[in-house]
Design a binder for this molecule. Structure first.
Ligand code: NCD
Length: 304
C-alpha cells in the first residue's frame, strides 16, 4: 500500500506516467467515468479549504466513486479529543482512500502509519502540499511542454507558503532550473531550503523587487501572504499588499511567461491580469482535478 506525503514519494519516471494518465483523462473523460464505481474517498479536513477539498471530491465523483468526510476539526471527533491515529483507523473501515489536511506538520504521516488505506497529504501546516505540487507540475508540463530548462520566480510569502516549499523540492529533480525568490525580508524562503539548493549546486537568487527580475522569468509563481500562520495581525497588515501584480508590471514580462498561483488570491494579482493570455491560474485549477483523478487511480491500483 502506498501513500502520498511528499512530491518526492514518486520518482520522476512515475510522475511522467501520472501526468500522461492525467492528460489522457483530460482528453477522454468518458473512458474513466466509472473507474471507481463502488469506491469511497474520505476527505478529512482539519483546516479550511475550498479548492483542495472540492477538487478531491470532484475528482472522485468524476471517476464514479463516492465521497464522505468532514471539512473542519470542530465537526469531527477531534473536538472530543480523538487522536489522528484513532480517527484514521476508523476511517479505514469506512473508505478505500483518504485525503487529509491538518494544521500540524506531519499529522498525515502519523495517520499513514496506522492506516489500512492509502492516505494523501492534502496540506500539513506550513510544511508540504504535494497534490498542489502535482497540479503545478502538470500545468507547467502541459502548457510549456517541458519540466526543466526554465527560470522560475516565486513571489510573496516564501516563509509560510507550503505550496512554495513543496514545489521547490519537486523541481530540484529537473535539469537546468534557476530559482528567483522574490519576497520581503521577513518572508524569505527558509534556510533549510537555500541550504539544500546550495548543496545540490542549484542556482538561486533572492530579491525584493519583482520589477527587477520580471523580464528574466519563464514562470512566475505568485502566492498569498499566509495570514493564518502569522503571530501578530500588525505584521500581516504591513506585508499583505507588498506585491500587487498588475498590467503595468506585466508589460515587463516576456510574451510567453506563464503566471501560476495555487489560489486563493487576495490582492497579489489584480483582476485586470486575469484576461492576459499569460495568466494560467484558472487553468491550473482544472489540471488539479485531472491530476487528483490520476492519483486516486494510481494509489488504488486501478487500471482502465
Ligand atoms: C494553498 C494552501 O492551502 O496551501 N491553497 C490551495 O490548496 N490551493 C495556498 C494558500 O492557501 O495560499
Amino acid at each position: 500500500m502506498r501513500h502520498l506525503m511528499s512530491p518526492l514519494d514518486f520518482s520522476t519516471e512515475e510522475l511522467e506516467e501520472l501526468f500522461d494518465l492525467a492528460n489522457d483523462i483530460e482528453q477522454n473523460p468518458e473512458k474513466y467515468a466509472h473507474a471507481c464505481n463502488g469506491r469511497i474517498l474520505a476527505t478529512c479536513f482539519y483546516e479550511p479549504s475550498t479548492r483542495t477539498r472540492l477538487s478531491f471530491e470532484s475528482a472522485m465523483t468524476r471517476l464514479g466513486g463516492r465521497v464522505i468526510g468532514f471539512s473542519d476539526a470542530a465537526s469531527s471527533s477531534a473536538s472530543k479529543g480523538e487522536s489522528v491515529s484513532d480517527t484514521i483507523r476508523i476511517i479505514s473501515c469506512y473508505a478505500d482512500i483518504c485525503a487529509m489536511r491538518h494544521p500540524k506538520e506531519g499529522a498525515p504521516m502519523v495517520a499513514a502509519e496506522k492506516s489500512g488505506i492509502p492516505v494523501i497529504n492534502a496540506g500539513d501546516g506550513g510544511h508540504q502540499h504535494p497534490t498542489q505540487t502535482l497540479t503545478d507540475l502538470l500545468t507547467i508540463r502541459s502548457l510549456k511542454g517541458r519540466l526543466g530548462a526554465f527560470t522560475i520566480g516565486l513571489c510573496g510569502d516564501l516563509k509560510f507558503g507550503r505550496t512554495v516549499h513543496s514545489l521547490i523540492n519537486a523541481l530540484t529533480r529537473y535539469n537546468d532550473i534557476r530559482f528567483l525568490f522574490i519576497s520581503p525580508e521577513e518572508l524569505r524562503v527558509p534556510d533549510y531550503i537555500t541550504d539544500m539548493l546550495r548543496d545540490k549546486e542549484i542556482p538561486y537568487e533572492e530579491v525584493i523587487r519583482l520589477e527587477d527580475v520580471m523580464p528574466r522569468l519563464d514562470l512566475l509563481y505568485m502566492t498569498r501572504v499566509q495570514k493564518e500562520r502569522f503571530f501578530n495581525e500588525e505584521d500581516y497588515v504591513r506585508l499583505k499588499d507588498f506585491y500587487i501584480l498588475n498590467s503595468e508590471k506585466m508589460e515587463l514580462a516576456r510574451n510567453d511567461m506563464l503566471i501560476l498561483h495555487p489560489l486563493p488570491r487576495v490582492n497579489e494579482i489584480s483582476v485586470e491580469v486575469d484576461d492576459d493570455p499569460r495568466a494560467a491560474y484558472f487553468k491550473q485549477a482544472r489540471y488539479g482535478v485531472y491530476v487528483r483523478m490520476a492519483l486516486i487511480l494510481t494509489l488504488l491500483n486501478i487500471t482502465v
